[in-house]
Design a protein around this ligand. Structure first.
Ligand code: NAI
Ligand code: MG
Length: 398
């Protein structure tokens, strides 16, 4: 039976590895092939939720799904003596897409920097060449009441933080304690090339959105920020339809909570983006809501913005939405499955509209549900959406 027609489109990243395109009528099967790095703390809980919703999408839209688990973070260190085993890195480099739950464990606190779980994340991002981290923060209308901000300030927040991910102070050398001295050093360094390529990603995105770009730096104090600002101004010349503003990061931290709706695309460096995106989580209601896509290399890396949340790990109460929305970004960016990505986003909205809340989202009058109950509801909503898609195309395709 002919249930859907599709037109060939080249994926934005070279992610989709094995797609069977049938010209004319017939089912189009995409192989959604994902390396899953569950990691630590709530990482495995969130990754299980994502695996299940991807299964729901694959079944509703009749795609093939392969999820290939690998170790990372503290759990990898315990098993292999390193937070990023070679087998994990090799699988990730082969791609086509990687989902990462979270890394981090208090038991790693005493380890040397290269053995800590977070080192795996930094190395992975670097090896994959994912220099652009896209972090959408759009407030759900059902959750305005739990925003850290007054409703009249929070309503309408809809921004994307474009964070440089493979440079800056997280990677600069020299770093570490200096031998024979009481000094410890980190180095902030950016090249023009690094700033230009992330700026272009942000300008392109602003052009597809509301045409406003705010570049955030600390150019009143840091020479590196002065370079950043000059490069952004130069690149702006190629995007006459995008209006550009610059803001110091301390001011931006304030403006984000006093007037968040002024922001459309926020372009910033690795460190500032890390900090400001947690603030965006508080505006939206919970850090557990925010998703991210790290792109720019051959393989896309998708991870919720939150960490391993050791305070709630193992209780089955983690909010899976950040992970699920990261999976939607993966479907869209790495597999060019736009309808499926929208269906997943819509399924989350439907479930929130139905009143289901994990504890971090629950207001005083809400009963909260577990990670798995919330995930069940999303899978069900995807199935219903998928059934509608099938029914609609059956109507037009005798
Ligand atoms: P965190 O993001 O893990 O937690 C901050 C707060 O938000 C906690 O109260 C936590 O319970 C809550 N929270 C986070 N995600 C949630 C979710 N999905 N549902 C409900 N509540 C949620 O940040 P924290 O505590 O600073 O770091 C904990 C560990 O995670 C550290 O080892 C840190 O290095 C690591 N980390 C890892 C990241 C990653 O894997 N990408 C990112 C940020 C931190
Ligand atoms: Mg962070």
């Amino acid at each position: 039976m002919c249930w859907r027609k599709r037109i060939w489109r080249v994926p934005r990243t070279s992610g989709a590895s094995s797609e069977l395109f049938v010209l004319g009528c017939g089912p189009i099967v995409t192989h959604i092939d994902v390396v899953a790095l569950a990691g630590d703390g709530i990482g495995p809980e969130v990754t299980e939720a994502v695996t299940r919703v991807l299964g729901g999408v694959a079944s509703a839209y009749r795609h093939e799904l392969t999820v290939r688990p690998h170790d990372v973070g503290w759990s990898a260190y315990e098993r292999h003596g390193t937070p990023l085993p070679d087998t994990t890195l090799e699988a990730c480099v082969r791609g086509p897409a990687v989902f990462l739950g979270a890394v981090g464990d208090p038991r790693a606190d005493g380890l040397s920097p290269e053995k800590r779980p977070e080192a795996a994340l930094l190395q992975l991002r670097r090896e994959l060449g994912c220099f652009a981290n896209l972090r959408p923060a759009k407030i759900d209308e059902q959750l305005v009441g739990i925003s850290a901000l007054k409703p009249e300030v929070a309503v309408g927040t809809d921004l994307v933080i474009v964070r440089e991910l493979t440079g800056g102070i997280y990677y600069g050398t020299p770093r570490g304690a200096e031998a024979g001295s009481d000094r410890t050093v980190n180095t902030l360094v950016y090249t023009e090339f690094e700033v230009e390529r992330i700026a272009r990603i942000a300008f392109e995105m602003a052009g597809r959105r509301r045409g406003r770009l705010t570049s955030i730096d600390k150019a009143n104090v840091l020479e590196v920020s002065q370079l950043w600002r000059a490069v952004v101004d130069r690149v702006a010349g190629d995007y006459p339809d995008v209006s550009v503003g610059h803001m110091f990061v301390d001011r931006a931290a304030m403006e984000l909570i006093t007037a968040p709706t002024q922001f459309d695309v926020v372009l910033t460096s690795n460190l500032f983006g890390d900090i400001l995106s947690d603030e965006a989580g508080a505006i939206c209601g919970s850090l557990g809501l925010l998703a991210s896509a790290s792109v720019g290399g051959e393989v896309g890396l998708y991870e919720p913005v939150h960490g391993s949340a050791p305070d709630i790990a193992g209780q089955g109460i983690a909010n899976p939405i950040g992970g699920i929305r990261s999976a939607a970004l993966m479907l869209s960016q790495s597999f060019d499955l736009q309808s499926e990505a929208r269906a997943l986003e819509d399924a989350v909205t439907t479930v929130l509209a139905g009143g289901l809340r994990t504890p971090d989202l629950a207001g005083p009058n809400d009963t909260s549900v577990s990670t798995s109950a919330f995930t069940d509801a999303v899978v069900e909503a995807v199935a219903l959406g998928g059934a509608r898609v099938g029914a609609a195309s059956a109507e037009v395709s005798p």
